[in-house]
Design a binder for this molecule. Structure first.
Ligand code: NDP
Ligand code: MG
Length: 386
């Protein structure tokens, strides 16, 4: 494999740090060009000292001087502020941009990377949820690859290797069901953020952990899959699989099902996105069948976990609906983490925001930026009334 030079957006987060763990294991194959953080200056500085990138960004401008001073003896360009993300991804020596920012903030830098002809290893699913059609069209136009990092989408992507002439009949996205699988609304309305932040199978950033507990994560992934694999919504099914061993499945025209399996460890899909089309050796823990005598599957409960139903409805309607869904969800999750609303109220805020913002059929980038803003304002108002 030719050495790949990587920019990591969000290197201090859960996906970012696991990406650096993969890079550490394959130092001869991967080189870090760019690292970025929101406000965790201490970790960014430590990462920069270890990986010697050419540039770093700290978007929280209050931390800029600290980062600059700490790295002054090294040949590292230091930038501050949000706009810098869209600039550093365009650097000449970057081959692939791994987007591990959380939320809508990933949209602009991802578009900027694509426009500069950089391949994108995409963890930041919200970008595709908000503007999937725009992103996929842009990637086609600039002939860049969008390589999925999300484990379910990586599974589908791996199942599709060698199948380019074979149409997909449907895909099954697996979901662990989260910590509240099998519970009813009465139970959900009593749960605390501490309980919601405990995922049974994965350790992740706070936002996606809450999204997993509410099944919004699976809803966002349905939308992400539609755009990544050019599917109709009707071709996407969600199946709850509590063990998180089967990471997702593709069903072909002859009825054959292909699945990708393994222990839940994000380093594997991260590594595959970075090494694609090759596979690299790894020391990740191996699967032991005897530890898993039973793999089980069940239907998701979309009446109780209304977020999944809201996500399906919004992508069926299309246009600006998924963008509104995402904006309202980001506000609702932040409000839940801030103890302003309860767990079940998150779905109420999202549902009401979807009803209040006018529908637009084919939004432009400017429309998306305005819709995101309007969605947030509306959802915040609803939060204060709860
Ligand atoms: P984290 O919250 O752990 O990390 C987010 C990263 O983005 C951090 O580096 C953070 O910096 C930075 N960041 C946050 N807000 C901003 C901002 N406004 N501007 C610039 N940088 C910012 O998230 P995860 O790693 O869990 O998730 C990242 C993405 O990957 C999400 O879209 C998630 O859905 C997706 N994903 C995550 C998985 C996981 O296992 N974690 C699995 C599959 C997908 P700082 O540390 O300084 O705050
Ligand atoms: Mg996932």
């Amino acid at each position: 494999m030719i050495k790949k030079r990587i920019a990591i957006l969000g290197s201090t987060g859960s996906i970012g740090t696991q990406t650096l763990a993969v890079v550490r294991e394959h130092a001869a194959l991967f080189e870090i060009e760019v690292l970025t953080a929101g406000s965790n200056a201490e970790l960014l500085i430590a990462q920069a000292k270890e990986f010697s990138p050419k540039a770093v960004v700290i978007t929280d401008e209050r931390k800029y001087e600290l980062v600059k001073a700490s790295l002054k003896s090294l040949e590292i360009a230091v930038y501050g502020g949000q706009e810098a993300l869209s600039e550093v991804v365009q650097r000449e020596h970057v081959d692939v941009v791994l987007t591990a920012l959380v939320g809508f903030v990933g949209l602009k830098p991802t578009m900027s990377a694509i426009k500069a002809g950089k391949d994108v290893a995409l963890a930041n699913k919200e970008t595709l949820v908000v503007a999937g059609e725009l992103i996929m069209d842009l990637a086609k136009k600039h002939d860049v690859k969008i390589l999925p990092v999300d484990s379910e989408h990586s599974a589908i992507f791996q199942c599709l290797v060698g199948e380019s002439n074979n149409p997909i009949e449907k895909i099954y996205l697996t979901a662990s069901g989260g910590p509240f699988r099998g519970k009813d609304i009465a139970y959900l309305s009593t749960i605390t953020k501490k309980e919601a932040l405990k995922h049974p199978n994965w350790i992740m950033g706070q936002k996606i952990t809450i999204d997993s507990a509410s099944l919004m994560n699976k809803g966002l992934e349905v939308i992400e899959a539609k755009w990544l694999f050019n599917l109709q919504v009707e071709q996407i099914d969600v199946v709850v699989h509590p063990q998180s061993i089967v990471h997702s499945l593709v069903q072909f025209e002859d009825g054959s099902l292909k699945a990708q399996m393994g222990l839940p460890d994000m380093k594997l899909p991260i590594q595959y996105a970075l090494s694609y089309p090759e596979r690299l050796p790894s020391n990740f823990e191996r699967f032991d069948f005897l530890q898993y005598p039973n793999l089980s599957f069940e239907r998701p409960d979309m009446d109780t976990f209304a977020n999944l139903a809201l996500a399906f409805a919004s992508i069926k309607k299309g246009g600006n609906m998924p963008c509104i869904l995402n904006a309202a969800n980001e506000v609702a999750v932040a409000a839940f983490l801030n103890d302003q609303i309860g767990f079940v109220e998150m779905s109420v805020v999202i549902g009401e925001t979807l009803e209040k913002i006018p529908f637009i059929d084919s939004p432009t980038l400017d429309d998306y930026l305005a819709i995101d803003e309007a969605g947030r304002v509306c959802a915040k108002e609803l939060v204060t009334k709860k």
